[in-house]
Design a protein around this ligand. Sequence first.
Ligand code: 5AD
Ligand code: SF4
Length: 445
Amino acid sequence: MPYQVFIETFGCQMNEYDTELVRSLLTKNGFVFTGDQSQADVVLMNTCAIRENAHNKVYGHLGECRVLKRERKVVVGVLGCMAQNLKKELMESDPVIDVLVGPDGYRQLPELLTRALEHQEKSLAVDLSEYETYEYILPDRGPGVNAWIAVMRGCDNFCSFCVVPYTRGRERSRTPEGILEEAQSLASRGYKQITLLGQNVNSYSSENWDFARLLTAVADIPGIERVRFTSPHPKDFPPSLLEAVAQHPRICRQIHLPLQAGNDRILDLMGRSYTRKDFLSLVEDIRRRGDIALSTDVICGFCSETDAEYLETYELLKALEFQAAYIFKYSERKHTIASRKYADDVPAQVKTERVARLIDLQKDISSKLNHRLIGQSVDVLIEGHAKKSRDQWMGHTESNVTVVWNKADSFTQPGNLVPVAVAEASASTLFGLRVASPLSLVCPD
Ligand code: 5AD
Ligand code: SF4
């Protein structure tokens, strides 16, 4: 009987992608996957380390594994960023863990799991590699509308708050041939939207290929309706990339542009390599090219951030009117520059208040922008049923806003790009009526 594996993924899209790589590597080596943890011989967690609450989720899950292990023999593996960040310390702190593998060690996973299953051997693989890109390992994913492709891995920016350079190592880009082959295979399997992924996706570079050229080449593949990318760094936006986003009919006119803070002293302490003014002029540059939706990330309560400095971030968010903003409380991470050089001295209560005020502000902005669309028609890629009802479809606009509407006919299906008339709006969702016929129909076979 093949060994059955249950895997749970925490964190970002890159982790979702890595889980698909792990599935592919294990399946090739005779393992099978189950969605039922109670049937599994192996329980894996692909973990995130970006903030403290990401760690806490995994500790909670390890508690469940302890109970499971008391009932029967099961091998427990911790994969990904938290494994890489805490290494031996994590393994030693919790005897429930049998195998610990960082983001560059997945090729060793079949062997390490077999040793744990057959010889009760504990082991870890946490060496970072300068070269591992998992080239030509086709991720194992079920059918769907959306797919991801990691085009580069690692990050060389060392923003002072961020653990990623320590958990995912140095930047390395895949070959354009490997990426385009993967994208073509996705198109031929009926995927309609591809998101190019990288910790620093726009610093992609391979011989004479830069990110703009790669993005355009993926969007040129017949069958792909929409291409997005995440997450870019504001320092790498040459005009060619902005032109590609503004001009190519299948590159979504939407950019996630992490700001992090709106005050120059804090940006400098964060090591972000741009000023408030640089950021503003990049946004102006983007908006000069037309209607391109922007979203952002902001950290509140970074080391020594004063009320006045926080207010500069608040005012900037208010002025720039992003379509969406992801607001985080600063969370000190082991190994980072900030953890070594600066005190995490903004009180927890102050961080919470700053986050809450920014979330309120952003809700008002998103709601205002969404309300402007009432009465208009938006093109939506249908992704599946709405969470709340199988009688409704759910999809996203090009600007990445969620749209929900009642199903009206029996031929429309996921993967169709359809116009939807917006009837109502909230801060997070547009509610629509379907109009006209589909812009494109996908052959069900
Ligand atoms: N604390 C809080 N937020 C963080 N991020 C990254 N590191 C931290 C941290 N230590 C946020 C940044 C980044 C997003 C993915 O997570 O805003 O853009
Ligand atoms: Fe972290 Fe900065 Fe790299 Fe983004 S660019 S992954 S925030 S170090």
